[in-house]
Design a protein around this ligand. Structure first.
Ligand SMILES: N[C@@H](CCC[C@H](N)C(=O)O)C(=O)O
Length: 324
């Protein structure tokens, strides 16, 4: 039997599959079918936004490789909440606290962090490379070549937007009321992730409320998923947009507290002319494991649900209560 680990960062849930444990690795079609199974709401599995696939890396510097398959079967170039969970998985497997993980665009540094609370393990992960260039998030028909605190009347009659790839694409807006934070976000997120003339590859859409100096609440409509409890790359890109668009409200020498519907993370923005990257610090919670035969993994089939709970979720919920 093979274990699929059920994990979350800020309640952004995934299953981790370690391909190195299999006699025969799943091919890409099988990975997509498995992702559709574990993200479907038509079964009794714990719900997830995607599959994190761990494999060997051919890069000299990297301990292992992580791939991210979204619920709709598309592959993302990065996942911040997922990388923290994979970092914890690899840290335990290889008895290391600091190492690099190969992702689609870069080998990223991860470090074990002090627990956030009793039994709430945490990791910090590098979010990079950062791009403002439209070639990393192709957009068209918006009558602009860059989106940096820019009004986009095609999308909204009152909001301004910033687009940043980290390196997956994010569109960000700072909003003032709950209607925009939820309903307008849902409408724009859906519009830009259905076939549309503006972002033809889709885009992750993050709406943020500024709570105070170095403090944000971020809500995300994810490409390939829909509304999510939290998006690690989204909170990182939004923190950078916060520092750029509201320099009087951000001290980049201090962490930014980023609250989200599933909890909170901290970000550290590194924004110098020569280097832009973000450090994302947050929980990496292992809720439990689902045991499944290798044959059923290949067939994307579950005969009976064999799930073992770790008990960590109870402690995570206590942590969330403590920050409310
Ligand atoms: N939840 C993730 C981002 C996952 C990828 C995204 N859906 C995309 O397609 O870019 C995170 O925590 O960063």
């Amino acid at each position: 039997m093979i274990n699929l680990f059920y994990v979350h960062g800020s309640e952004n849930h995934f299953y981790i599959l370690d391909q190195t444990l299999l006699n025969n690795k799943l091919n890409d079609n099988e990975l997509i079918k498995l992702t559709r199974l574990i993200t479907s709401t038509d079964n009794d599995l714990h719900p997830a936004d995607g599959l994190l696939v761990v494999d060997e890396s051919s890069h000299q510097d990297a301990l292992a490789q992580m791939r991210v398959i979204n619920a709709d079967g598309s592959e993302a170039s990065m996942c911040g909440n997922g990388l923290r969970c994979v970092a914890r998985y690899l840290a335990n497997k290889y008895h290391k606290d600091s190492f690099k993980v190969e992702t689609k665009s870069a080998d990223l540094l991860v470090n074990r962090h002090a627990d956030l609370a009793h039994n709430v393990a945490a990791f910090s992960v590098e979010i990079s490379p950062v791009y403002f260039d439209g070639k990393y998030f192709p957009f068209q028909n918006l009558n602009t070549t860059s989106i940096l605190n820019t009004a986009l009347p095609q999308l909204s009659d009152h909001l301004r937007f910033t687009a940043i790839a980290v390196p997956n694409p994010h569109l960000i807006s700072f909003v003032e009321n709950d209607h925009d934070l939820n309903d307008t976000l849902g409408a724009i997120g859906k519009k830009l992730n259905d076939p549309n003339p503006y972002f033809t590859d889709g885009v992750n859409v993050n709406f943020a409320k500024i709570l105070s100096r170095n403090k944000l609440f971020v809500h995300t409509y994810e490409r390939g998923v829909g509304f999510t409890n939290a998006c690690g790359t989204g909170m990182s890109a939004t923190s950078l947009a916060f520092a750029i668009n509201f320099p009087n409200l951000v001290n980049t020498k201090e962490p930014i507290d980023v609250y989200n519907p599933g909890g909170m993370v901290q970000t550290k923005v590194h924004n110098t002319p020569n280097s832009q990257w973000i450090e994302l610090i947050g929980n990496a919670t292992f809720v439990g494991k689902l045991s499944i035969s290798e044959e059923n993994l290949h067939a994307a089939k579950i005969d009976n649900i064999n799930f073992t709970d770790t008990g960590e979720e109870l402690d995570y919920q206590k942590f969330v209560d403590s920050i409310k």
